[in-house]
Design a protein around this ligand. Structure first.
Ligand code: HPA
Length: 234
């Protein structure tokens, strides 16, 4: 039993979806999985296991930011033998032409995080998604007539940066969008030799300052969930 999840071995499936918001984990369990059972509620960071198309899938809230997702993903890989972890989240667009509601498949994740600075002692690891999962997710999205954007994202430690133009440096080097967790997920997957992927829908734009409405987020979210679940069980 791990400290922050405290489920029994076997209660968590080999494939886990990772939303940041624990209420979203509950929503997914109740609306997309069959026979969901809650295995943790410590700190209200809910986790559930159910089935999708007859295959076991879990969904675990991670909280926001690298220190929080790091705790949950460390325990999932180390203590529960999770083989495949798929983050489902939102991101802010930093490229013109990457519009609200589009789907981004994060092939790699740059980061300004203290986590990898500490872990690698100033060396620069390249957090990278599982090619197998990138391919599966791309095909699952395309099949539904959705053209995902594939590329690098930025996992930042700071939502409220001191310099409001900081993102422009990353944009100059082709990064697609800002979020706050994927680099840690990919780094831990590399350490434990597991498969990881982040699927992100664009919720806001640092260029146009547009934001999606709650209703738009829901529709987009449902499409992303279908892609995530198919990727998780295939
Ligand atoms: N910045 C960081 N994380 C985010 C954003 C953003 O603009 N949008 C969604 N997650």
């Amino acid at each position: 039993m791990s400290v922050h999840i405290a489920a029994k071995k076997g209660e968590i499936a080999g494939a886990v979806l990772l939303p940041g918001d624990p209420l979203r984990a509950q929503f997914i369990a109740e609306n997309f999985l069959e026979d969901p059972v809650q295995y943790t509620s410590i700190r209200n960071m809910s986790g559930f296991t159910g089935t999708y198309q007859g295959k076991r899938v879990s969904v675990q809230g991670t909280g926001m930011g690298i220190p929080s997702i790091s705790i949950y993903v460390n325990e999932l890989f180390r203590d529960y033998d999770v083989k495949r972890a798929i983050r489902i989240g939102t991101a802010g667009s930093i490229q013109e032409g990457l519009e609200l509601r589009e789907l981004v498949i994060a092939m790699s994740a740059c980061t300004d995080s203290g986590a990898n600075a500490i872990r690698f002692g100033g060396r620069h690891f390249a957090p990278t998604a599982s090619f197998n999962l990138v391919k599966k997710a791309y095909e699952a999205a395309e099949k539904r007539g959705w053209k995902p954007r594939v590329g690098s994202v930025v996992s930042s430690d700071m939502f409220y940066t001191e310099d409001p133009d900081e993102w422009k440096l990353w944009a100059k080097f082709g990064c697609l969008a800002l979020e706050m967790e994927s680099a840690e997920l990919y780094t831990l997957a590399a350490k434990y030799r597991r498969e990881a992927l982040a699927l992100l829908t664009i919720s806001d734009s640092l260029i146009t300052h547009g934001v999606t409405s709650a209703e738009e987020r829901q529709t987009t979210f449902t499409r992303m969930m279908e892609v995530a679940l198919e990727t998780a069980v295939s």
